[in-house]
Design a protein around this ligand. Structure first.
Ligand code: GDP
Length: 319
């Protein structure tokens, strides 16, 4: 289908949710038009504040996200939610109207909610999520919440690429141990013990405090991740969560960390795109049988794998 990229970008910039949806669909589908889209979007980006929100299934991420959306809307800010869900049965940009907890925002033009999956693209979600965030940033959203299930490496990585990463836990379910396994205890700037109305919330907060080493001394000026208790289902503690995020933002600005963090995020993004492009070209070579013939030589002991890899790379860059 022919797409008018400048027109789409202009309409997205004006807040057109259909244009935003189309642009994110181009990201999901790894469209060849993305090069043009991203070039047009680049000067419009850098204004949104990106919050990553992650945690095990069932801890209350979408309930909490919905409450966060309400809290930010109450301050007049435009909010986008990107639910990155590799297991999502929805593709092609299903709106989360199907998710009951988000439906209260469905008619608010200041809110855009979307789940995203990638259809077997090589770079996967690690490649696609930052580009979808670019679309939302350029579309003028003030706050972008990127919600991921903190179970797989790439989901945790996506959440860690935010300005502020929020990690959610809930009492019970041996949650702390699960979280530690997934590596999400390393990425939180703010921790939330949700379902604070349940027994065991205090124990979870204590356990978390211990695991994070929050009782230990830190260098003056270091960020000490706060633990916020919430009952997301009743919107309790959400103002405190917003305050904790704002405090982290202010701390980063004060210490020059925000600029450095965004540069690191961009480096990661460029690297992911480059590696994906390289892999695609190796895949093309595979069709070309160059990789295959090198592999036959390596398997036969006629060539070592390092020399073969050098030959492969030389073939990509000079070939
Ligand atoms: P997600 O899978 O992490 O997105 O979790 P959901 O937001 O879908 O919530 C899972 C379940 O926990 C739902 O039934 C929610 O209603 C419930 N829930 C969310 N927050 C709270 C809370 O603060 N207290 C209690 N008791 N239940 C909650």
């Amino acid at each position: 289908m022919p797409q008018d990229v400048p027109g789409l970008v202009a309409r997205a910039r004006e807040g057109g949710s259909r244009a935003v949806a189309r642009l994110i669909s181009l990201v999901e589908g790894a469209s060849p038009l993305l090069r043009e889209v991203m070039a047009a979007l680049a000067p419009l980006t850098g204004n949104a504040y990106v919050i990553g929100l992650t945690g095990s299934p069932g801890v209350g991420k979408s309930t909490c996200t919905s409450a966060l959306v309400s809290a930010y809307r109450a301050t007049g800010r435009r909010v986008a939610v990107l639910a990155v869900d590799p297991s999502s049965p929805f593709s092609g940009g299903a709106l989360l109207g199907d998710r009951v907890r988000m439906s209260e925002h469905a008619s608010d033009p200041g809110v855009y909610i979307r789940s995203m999956a990638t259809r077997g693209h090589l770079g996967g979600l690690a490649w696609a999520a930052p580009q979808a965030v670019r679309v939302l940033d350029a579309a003028g959203f003030d706050v972008i919440v990127v919600e991921t299930v903190g179970v797989g490496q790439s989901e945790v990585e996506i959440a860690s690429q935010a300005d502020t990463s929020v990690v959610l836990l809930a009492p019970g379910m041996g949650d702390g141990i699960q979280a530690a396994k997934a590596g999400i205890l390393e990425i939180g700037d703010v921790y939330v013990v949700n379902k604070a109305d349940r027994d065991g919330a205090d124990a979870t907060a204590r356990e978390l405090n211990h695991m994070l080493g929050l009782g230990e001394a830190r260098a003056p000026g270091d960020w000490r991740p706060p633990i916020v208790r919430t009952v997301a289902a009743r919107a309790q503690g959400i103002d405190e969560l917003v305050a904790a995020v704002e405090k982290h933002r202010a701390w980063m600005a004060e210490h020059g960390v925000l600029t450095a963090r965004r540069a690191r995020r961009a480096a990661h993004e460029v690297e992911t795109i480059a590696v994906t492009a390289l892999r695609e070209r190796i895949g093309d070579l595979h069709g070309d049988r160059r990789l295959e013939s090198l592999a036959v030589e390596v398997a036969a002991g006629a060539l070592d794998p390092y020399t073969a890899a050098d030959k492969l790379i030389a073939g990509l860059t000079h070939g």
